[in-house]
Each structure stands twice: as C-alpha cells, then as structure tokens.
Design a protein around this ligand. Sequence first.
Ligand code: GLU
Length: 441
Amino acid sequence: MTTTRFAPSPTGYIHVGNLRTALMNYLIARKAGGTFILRIDDTDPERSKEEYVDAIKQDLEWLGLHWDRAERQSDRLDRYAEAADKLREMGRFYEAFETPTELDLKRKKQLNMGKPPVYDRAALNLSDAEKEALRAERGNGVWRFKLDHQRIEWNDGILGDISIDAASVSDPVLIRGDGQVLYTIASVVDDTEMGVTDVVRGSDHVTNTATQIQIIEALGGTCPRFAHHSLLTGPQGEALSKRLGTLALRDLREQGVQPMALLSLMARLGSSDPVELRSDMAELIDGFDIGRFGAAPTKFDVQDLFPLTAKHLQSLPLADVADAVADAGVPTELAEPFWAMARENITTLADLKGWWELCRDGAEPLIADEDREFIAEAVVLLPEGPFDGETWGQWTSAVKEATGRKGKGLFMPLRKALTGMERGPEMAALLPLLQVIRARG
Ligand code: GLU
C-alpha cells in the first residue's frame, strides 16, 4: 500500500518550502488511497521544541492536510540503537575521533590540492589501543557508516535517472559523540519499519538519499521510490532560504491567505500544469501528478496568493464565512446581503471590517462643487424605505428624469457622495446596507 510521510524537525515554524514537501506527500498518499504519516524528527533534544510540534500540527490542520498516523523519533531511539548495532556487527560502522577543527583543516587541504573534500577514512586505520587512547583524551568518537565505493543509482520521480559515485561522498556520521542519533539513520529505520513506499523531499537531500540507499540495503530493507523537488526561489530567482523565516504558514494565515489558495498554488507551482484555483481537496488530489514537476528552481511570489485568495472568497457562501462576517461587526440580519455585496470587493476577510464601517457610519462625502446642486436634488428624491435591491434603480431613474443627467455624470457623483470613493461595490447592493441612509429612508 502506498505510504508517504512528512517528516519535519520541530525546530521552527513550517514555511512554504516545507508545505511543498508536505503537500506532495499528502497528495500522493491520498491519490493512491494510501497512508500519510506525520513523523516528527526530534532526535535533537536541544533544538526540538514542543511548541513547534504543536504549531506544525495546527498548521497542517488549518490546511486540511490530515495525517493517518503520527510518529515521533524520540519514542523510537531503541530501534535506532538496534540498527546501529547491526551495522557495527557487519563492519559497516566505525568510530572516528577528529575534532571539527581537524576535519575543517583536512577539507581545506583537499580543496587546495584540487581534490573533493571527502572524509579520508583515517579512523579506519586506528588500532584498538589508539582508539582507547583517543577515547580517554577526547571522549567517545562519532560513528560513521562505511559506504561501499561504487555508484549509487536510482530513478528519481522528478529528477530522472541519478547516479552518484559513493567515493565522492564522505562516510556519513550517524551517531554523534554524545550518543545522539542523527536523522540519516533514524529516517532510514523509520521509512523501512513504517513501510514508507514513496519519499518526496527537497533536492537538498539528494546526497542524503545516496547514502541512505546504501544504509537501507545494508539493513536489509527495501528502498522507497524517491523524488526530489526543486527548491523555491524568490520571484527574481533569488535564494529564498534566508527569507523562509518570514514565509511561515502562520504568517500567511495572519495575512489572511486562505488555505485553498495556498494549496492550489503549491500543488502546481514548478509543474508543467497551470496554477488553477481548486475548490476542494478532492479536486487537488485529482489534478496532482508528481511526474509533471521539473528540476529547475521554482519561483515563488507570495503576492500570487492574494488574487487566489480573493477568487476563492468570491466563491464562498455565507455559511463558510459567517464567523468572519460576525467578527467584522455585521448584525446577523444583514449578514446575507452584506456578504453578497462585500465578497466581490475584498482580497482577504480582513477587508470586511472596512466595508462594514462604511455601511454603518457612512463615508465623508466626496462632492465636487459643480455637483452640489445635483446632489441636493437627488437627496430629496430618495425613495421611502425600506430599501432593497431595486431601490438604487428606482432612485437613479427618478434623478435622471428630474435632472436630465445620465451615464457616468449621473452615477459617479452619487457614488462619490455616498461612499467617498470612485470605485467600489455595486451600488444597488450597497445602498440597502448604508445604515445612515436607511435610517433616513
Ligand atoms: N527532518 C528532515 C527535514 O526536515 C526530513 C527529511 C526527509 O524527508 O527525509 O529535512
């Protein structure tokens, strides 16, 4: 059965880049009728925070990306220790004692000599006595996985055929000197034991994948299908990594971005299919195809989310936004006509408040000198209340007849006098909502 996972480290809030990973994995699982796992990668006790675990769950729930199963790596440390023992027994695991400064020096030397900065495996030559001495002096070493120096190949769901020479990669450290298990092995153990069939993640993980394939094989597991999506850049192609902190999902939510707008964009951005606003998750699932995504960096412009949000809001019935309409201060009995008027004229729900203030308090009239008399005449002709959708038509017909004005010369001064603006909602829809005028009518 198709099983995917989203595996964030709870060291911060999730952002649009993480969402891309989460969504692709979610859609693959749902499309296949499979299982979507939320796996919290919290093997780093210093950087992992409970607050972020909660926030990640809230953000996914807000988006409607529900998981079938939740796992935490911190609950599974014994499984990783077992796998480490197995690798040790196989002779694929060795202890190394270089300090970060020593490693850095080695790298610099290699680079100076025009060589790739790959760990030289010096630790493999240490005798037991030397290791003992180093351990006494420096404490426990790190544990590295001994790669098989052959080509590592896989058919990537996005990048196509990949072939990496294992000799060009350092033997990965899987356990730190302080005993902390690192993601590289924890992830492999989890993916294998949880039956993960498809792993989609960012292309910054390509080298990890190469080493993980060898670890999976060493442990006797079956490799999942891998796909690596390109990284997001800013609208000009600039690196987004530094700005991702400001593109947290909760910030977008604060700014009024609607989940469907965000999901619709992220499910298509970087693919050869056009971005289309989808009305629900079923449509998103239906229209998703990982094979349509390309390897080139994907430009992301946060501004694209606002027209999609506006379009989505326009499609919603009052029932879906009743809370927001009430929060804007609109009385229940006016909610229906207010929403019908306002939804065409907002970018986010935060704009509702301004429209309600206009309805409730009226606006500073905008009346040109040459229109003063005309407006005075028009006010007298305002029909008796109660006002409805017909009132504007009846009133402007009467004003037209009395003043001889028509078209823009008729409508624009009335609009400006009533709303203080040159543009805005349909006046026929707005007029019955203008409380000051209603009170007069
Ligand atoms: N915790 C890893 C990350 O956030 C997961 C990578 C993976 O999907 O394997 O980068």
